[in-house]
Design a protein around this ligand. Sequence first.
Ligand code: PEP
Ligand code: MN
Length: 326
Amino acid sequence: MVVSLQEGADTDAVKRQLAARGQWIDAVERDARGAILLVLAPHSAAVAVAELRQIPGVAGVSAPASPHPKVSAQGPVVEVAGVRFGGPELVLLSGPCSVESEEQIFSLARRLSSMGVSFLRGGAFKPRTSPYAFQGHGEVALGWMRHAANAHGLRVVTEVLREADAPVVAEHADLLQIGSRNMQNFELLKAVGRTQRPALLKRGASATIQEWLLAAEYLLTHGASGVILCERGIRGFDPSTRNLLDLGAVALLARVYQLPVVVDPSHGTGRRDLILPLSLAAQAVGAAGVMIETHEDPGCALSDGPQALLPEELREVLSALAKARR
Ligand code: PEP
Ligand code: MN
């Protein structure tokens, strides 16, 4: 936002009034007629334009139009197959990193459904950093997942890796996941949008919030029925955690921008010993849901075993979350 001052206004007094309202000043400029302009920084607190206009000495306030109008208009709740993200209930999404076999996904679906999990997660198409790592079983795994979910009253969330796969994933899944590595794969975003289904958009490892919201805008403008954001950790400098889980971004998006955000502490930290505290923290800052990787035998998992919780460990996390809500 840009605040323009009246001629002869006391600039320092206006700056103090702005600071008192949580406003940071990025630059002081002059317009063509010589009026002083105070350019507010993006990390300033949200405040109504009308409130700033009332400050003595302020001539006008210009707020740029939202660069992502559809995201701004979406609202805090997105319903997916009868489950409300952003409603009073925390939505639980869990399952293996990769769908490894029909038996695996049926067995896990049965256990997860008994714990109040709503969405079965699992990758059929896996984006892997190494070309030699397990890439997923593909389309057949979509069918296993759908049947396992149906058999146990769960919904399905799974990743779409390629544009060409968007229709088949949309046939099997309730919620289409865009992985972190593809957050700015604009053709993929358009293809997922065209399915007219809801999407779970994971944050790119070095994406700003603005870039993330513009990616969400791609989905909505190309037809997605709703977008849920997923914070899964950004690239930090410290290898003690696999990624740097940005809960400040979650608080900002959930509480100030009023958007549904799911937190993924599994990829966010890579450490199963941090899933419980970070799930509680996610809930405290306003997350609409948590996505946690689980596996019945993490030592034998085909991907991300070290961060997977056993089903009984997940049960403990879920009961701590429920207790903290009371
Ligand atoms: C996943 O959730 O399966 C996954 C691959 O995560 P990300 O895209 O966040 O790395
Ligand atoms: Mn994983």
